[in-house]
Design a binder for this molecule. Structure first.
Ligand code: PLP
Length: 428
């Protein structure tokens, strides 16, 4: 490929980060199921440990198979560097660990995956990291939540439990005024549908467990550094702007410029907290990532057809899918996700929680499970499962009322998906 030609998204999804294996010639990235890597000599070892040279030391911090998915995700999102970690939750932990000290605050959208709400409300609180909640439908609520202790703003692009699109640019403007980074969990959209860094986000996170891997076989997380946030502009982010005692006084924000955040997450967060991804999972996720554009288009097309079918069904009281004409998030979907609004949608069924549970019990093609982003169609009743540890009020605020069913529409024939819902609704 000529040097000045910028590869398209589908080409990057197949090739970014990967080269034929230099030792064996294997065309796809092998699974380096390895933990330690031999140093050339003592000087080489010292330079790796001192961050004067890049290279593999130990798989907890960096590994050859995971390095390929890191480069690929950075390329697909348009960032400067990626860091693969054990799970989406680990990505959230490692990201905030690089910014937060005890007593600090971050602002998060209420419209998030229920597990993230729990992580922020409970686990992070025990570190002294305090979350302040805001509402994506009221951008002013983000502004009102800003305080001198605020270190970051956290949103999802397409928000869980589904169907909702966040106005990234409006919230990025709040973050900019506050002088803090905007972190966007892009799990439900993926960079095929939406690129948050193009809309003012500073850091993009993924649960690669979902659409990036895409086949329901591996847990993994990703942090992509957008490379634009100035960590040195104030003394708010001491991990990046102050000399690090572990690295002989090195200032990471100075030494590593536009990929300093990814480095801080790797050499402080991942190294010390320890949530490394298995090379085997990275291999499976890499394989999945190659078909990301094909799958996301099909997921979105199928989900739109399912949303239209449900919207016309007499037992369905409402459908929330931003890809649906007339949906209150449709304008935002057209702006941020012009190719489609993703696989995940929610709907209400007449008869409340009991009817919701019944539909889930009657489907045959759909699998009843607490994941999304699989090739298979998945169904869940969040009120009684993923969101059940939240209070009633929190569940409603997160959009997970008792009558609500969430679908992650798969890539099967759409006629079969609709037929399955049709027979289940007929029995409800
Ligand atoms: N972010 C979103 C939007 C999710 O849906 C999930 C999991 O469902 C997570 C983060 C957490 O990811 P993981 O399960 O890989 O830790």
């Amino acid at each position: 490929m000529s040097e000045d030609r910028v590869p398209g998204f589908a080409t990057l999804a197949v090739h970014a980060g990967a080269q034929p294996d230099p030792t064996t010639g294997a065309r796809i990235t092998p699974i380096y199921q390895t933990t330690g890597y031999v140093f050339n000599d003592a000087e080489h070892a010292a330079s790796l440990f001192g961050l004067q040279a890049f290279g593999n030391i130990y798989t907890r911090i960096m590994s050859p198979t995971s390095g390929v998915i890191e480069e690929r995700m950075a390329a697909l999102e348009g960032g400067t560097a990626g860091l693969a970690v054990a799970s989406g939750h680990a990505a959230q932990l490692v990201t905030l660990h690089a910014m937060m000290s005890p007593g600090d605050e971050f602002i998060a959208a209420r419209q998030l995956y229920g597990g993230s709400i729990n992580q922020f409300n409970h686990s992070f609180k025990s570190f002294g990291w305090n979350v302040k909640w805001a509402d994506i439908d009221d951008v002013e609520s983000f502004e009102r939540a800003v305080s001198p202790k605020t270190k970051a703003i956290f949103i999802e692009s397409i928000a869980n439990p589904g169907g909702v699109v966040t106005d990234i640019e409006a919230i990025a403007a709040v973050a900019k005024r506050a002088g803090v980074p905007l972190i966007v969990d892009n799990t439900l959209a993926t960079p095929y549908l939406c690129k948050p860094l193009d809309h003012g986000a500073d850091i993009v996170l993924h649960s690669m467990t979902k659409f990036i891997g895409g086949h329901g076989n591996s847990i993994g997380g990703m942090i992509v550094d957008g490379g634009k946030f100035n960590w040195m502009a104030s003394d708010r982010y001491p991990m990046l702007s102050q000399p690090r005692p572990e690295y002989n006084g090195m200032v990471l924000g100075e030494t590593f410029g536009n990929f300093a955040f990814a480095i801080a997450c790797r050499v402080l967060g991942l190294r010390d907290l320890g949530p490394a991804i298995s090379p085997f999972n990275s291999f499976l996720i890499l394989t999945g990532s190659e078909t990301l554009p094909l799958r996301m288009q099909r997921h979105s097309d199928n989900a739109k057809a399912v949303a239209e079918y449900l919207a016309a069904h007499p037992k369905v009281t409402w459908v929330s899918y931003a890809g649906l004409a007339g949906d209150r998030y449709n304008k935002l979907a057209q702006k941020y996700c012009p190719k489609g609004a993703g696989a995940v949608l929610t709907f209400g069924v007449e008869g409340g929680a009991e009817a919701g549970v019944k539909v889930v019990a009657e489907v045959e093609l759909f699998s009843h499970l607490a994941n999304l982003g699989d090739t298979r169609s998945l169904i869940i009743h969040p009120w009684s499962t993923t969101h059940s540890q939240l209070t009633e009020e929190q569940r409603k605020a997160a959009g997970a009322g008792p009558e609500m069913i969430r679908l992650s529409v798969g890539i099967e024939d759409v006629a079969d998906i609709i037929a399955d819902l049709d027979q289940a609704l007929a029995k409800t």
